[in-house]
Design a protein around this ligand. Structure first.
Ligand code: 2P0
Length: 326
């Protein structure tokens, strides 16, 4: 029996990953840039043993079905191949999220699993190699290997596609992200299906690709200059462009719900009162608000005029993947 355990934090992209060039290797169409956050994380332990007769996956105390276990098994196969091991594994994961509002993240989950496998199988991977391995589980997971600002270099092969830290002189310590949890009755389009449909059919996808590298440059310059307005503006614009591509897909779809629009408008109103804050959204209805730590209480107070306290969670910069004692 050989065991490993690790913790990884979730990350939110300021410049989004949207579309795959290679589905098998999970190579993205464009670079992305994220902020790792402290509020949501996953702890995962894995134990391989010749006595296990199949892989099993327990998430938050619940034994998972075949479909969820198959996704974990596909990832374990990659790790097993690296180690030259054939044993089955028991995987146990716990998501730490402040409320049960659908914020469980594949980024923290697959990054933690990569770290746990690295320890259990004694793969001795560097951070760069851990990022490459996590990417095979879920694209955004490669960014959760690192803390603070992180860029995923799209690369052109398994070896060249990985994330690295964006130098920031610890500026992220001055920033925050407020999550506005939106309850939504809509049926989900998974990010995996959503990006596939968009790449295959959206008339706007070429426009997305044409501008995203410029957005990455703008974001990196803003981080280097500690220019919050510039970072906020490019974050908000890039997120809107990503969501615009879904409206031009066939069939069209959107992750926005009426309350998402209400939240976006509220953020614009708060900004007009002189408090710097900018929104972004991912493959779901929740709205995330990038702001500066010094403004958090004023922005929370303004958001509470339209949203309940339970809907609001504030996160700060988080750290990278960490090995834990079993
Ligand atoms: C991102 N998203 O950059 C973008 C923005 C959602 C919208 O990465 O198929 O779970 O496992 O590689 O990483 C969510 O997609 O997708 C995501 P897979 P993943 O954060």
């Amino acid at each position: 029996m050989y065991n490993g355990k690790a913790r990884a934090y979730t990350n939110i992209a300021l410049i989004k990953y949207w579309g795959k060039k290679d589905k098998e290797l999970i190579l993205p169409m464009n670079n992305s840039l994220s902020l790792t956050l402290d509020a949501f994380y996953t702890e995962t332990s894995v134990s391989f043993s010749p006595y296990h007769t199949k892989d099993s996956f327990v998430l938050d105390g619940q034994l998972q079905d075949e479909k969820a276990t198959a996704k974990v098994s596909r990832f374990l196969d990659i790790a097993r191949k690296k180690a030259g091991v054939n044993d089955f594994a028991q995987v146990e994961s716990q998501n730490f999220v402040p409320t049960a509002a659908g914020l469980a993240s594949s980024a923290s989950g697959l990054a933690a699993l990569a770290g746990a496998c690295n320890d259990a199988l004694q793969l001795g991977l560097s951070e760069k190699e851990l990022s490459q391995l996590a990417r095979r589980g879920s694209g955004s997971a490669c960014r959760s290997v690192f803390g603070g600002f992180v860029e995923w270099e799209k690369g052109h092969s398994d070896d060249t596609s990985y994330a690295q830290v964006v130098p920031s002189d610890d500026w992220e310590e001055e920033l925050a992200m407020i999550f506005i949890l939106i309850n939504d009755q809509q049926k989900d389009v998974s990010s995996r299906d959503g990006m596939e449909r968009t790449v295959a059919t959206s008339d706007f996808y070429d426009g997305w690709l044409e501008t995203v590298s410029r957005d990455i440059q703008t974001a990196k310059q803003a981080i280097a200059a500690k220019d919050f307005q510039a970072l906020g503006e490019v974050t908000e614009a890039n997120g809107l462009k990503m969501h615009a591509t879904t409206l031009a897909a066939t069939p069209p779809f959107t992750y926005w719900s009426p309350d998402s629009l209400k939240a976006m408008n509220k953020v614009r109103q708060i900004r007009q009162t002189g408090l710097a804050c900018y929104f972004t959204m991912d493959a779901g209805p929740n709205v995330k608000v990038l702001c500066q730590k010094k403004d958090v209480s004023a922005i929370l107070a303004a958001l509470q005029e339209d949203f309940t306290k339970e809907q609001l969670t504030c996160a700060y910069a988080g750290e990278g993947l960490k090995s834990l004692e079993m």
